[in-house]
Design a binder for this molecule. Structure first.
Ligand SMILES: [Zn+2]
Length: 333
């Protein structure tokens, strides 16, 4: 005797009919690393298929992606001058601002550009906020670097504004300083960018899964770790509080990062907010799939798509993934 669920698995057509989770090309955002200089395409060894591009090389690559439907991108800046006050982060001609302007000139509304807002690629010490005092403190012979939350807020807000002024469609603060969503919202509103949404990395865990990204973005902290501002991966309830705070401050979309080891967090954030929820399928999640596929241990297409469906099933409305380009170009969906 067939059970009731099994009656609904008898043909591919009925399996499609009753599928609870569906993916759409519209859900995906593809990250890009843009670097200073000209004529540069630098492959990132730990992330096969992903490169850092100078603006002139970025444009034709984006154009290729657009043909496959990759029309939403997230930009990270690399190779800027690093300083104590991270001034290059909010320069009107930072590599990100210039890239946004050039891309908008070429593709206009056909391309939706999100920019990463964080200071780690712009500070000498590689932390996501400014240090206070600028020189490290000595405590019991050990150098202590104190990241000053409030000192960092106006710099992050100015960075977001510079991106919006260049034409960014949405800004995505990833620094995890407290109060930065409100600081960014206020400055954007005061400056006339009331329609620029904020996708906040509200729940960003201090994770070893960011390893390959730090090679890509040249943003590894010189000293110390990021545990004072990023979240402890043992804490699920705290994740909800962080998402709630960002929502109260005016975030339009909240995000969980990383994704694969945090499906429970995606699910609980989904259940606790009415905002759209994004997840970031981070660098090491991508690299692990690539490495295992290269070794012949897994079926890359099937594993990749199983992961994507898992994010959507957990409740993600938006998936930021390095796999995006391949999924869309090869028609894996
Ligand atoms: Zn950062």
């Amino acid at each position: 005797m067939l059970t009731r669920p099994r009656r609904l698995r008898t043909s591919p057509i009925i399996r499609e009919l009753i599928a609870e989770t569906r993916l759409s090309a519209n859900m995906f955002i593809y990250p890009y690393f843009v670097t200073k200089g000209k004529n540069k395409t630098e492959a990132i060894e730990a992330m096969p298929g992903i490169s850092r591009f100078s603006i002139d090389q970025l444009i034709p690559d984006v154009e290729k992606g657009l043909k496959a439907g990759v029309n939403k991108i997230l930009l990270f800046g690399v190779g800027e001058e690093k300083s104590e006050d991270a001034h290059s982060a909010h320069d009107a001609h930072s590599v990100v601002a210039d890239a946004v302007r050039e891309l908008k000139k070429k593709f206009g509304k056909d391309l939706f550009i999100v920019t990463d807002v964080c200071l780690c690629a712009y500070t000498t010490h590689g932390h996501c906020g400014l240090a206070s005092p600028p020189a490290p403190l000595q405590r019991r012979g050990e150098e202590i670097l104190y990241i000053d939350n409030d000192l960092s807020l106006p710099i992050l807000a100015r960075m977001a504004l510079a991106h919006a002024q260049a034409g960014a469609d949405m800004v995505a603060p990833s620094d995890m300083m407290d109060g930065r969503v409100a600081a960014i919202r206020n400055l954007l509103d005061e400056s006339g960018f009331v329609n620029t949404p904020i996708m906040s990395y509200s729940t960003k865990f201090a994770s070893a899964y960011y390893g390959p990204f730090r090679e890509a973005a040249d943003s590894a902290p010189g000293k110390g770790d990021r545990k004072s501002y990023q979240m402890d991966f043992r804490n699920g309830r705290e994740a909800l509080r962080e998402a709630q705070l960002d929502e109260d401050e005016g975030a339009d979309i909240v995000m969980v990062k990383p994704a694969l080891a945090y499906l429970d967090v995606i699910k609980t954030v989904r259940e606790s907010t009415l905002l759209p929820v994004a997840c970031y399928n981070v660098s090491a999640e991508y690299s692990m799939v690539k490495a295992a596929a290269k070794a012949g241990y897994i079926d890359e297409q099937r594993i990749t798509m199983e992961n994507m469906y898992a994010f959507a099933r957990a409740g993600a409305d938006i998936i930021i993934s390095y796999h995006t380009r391949e999924i869309l170009e090869k028609g894996w969906m």
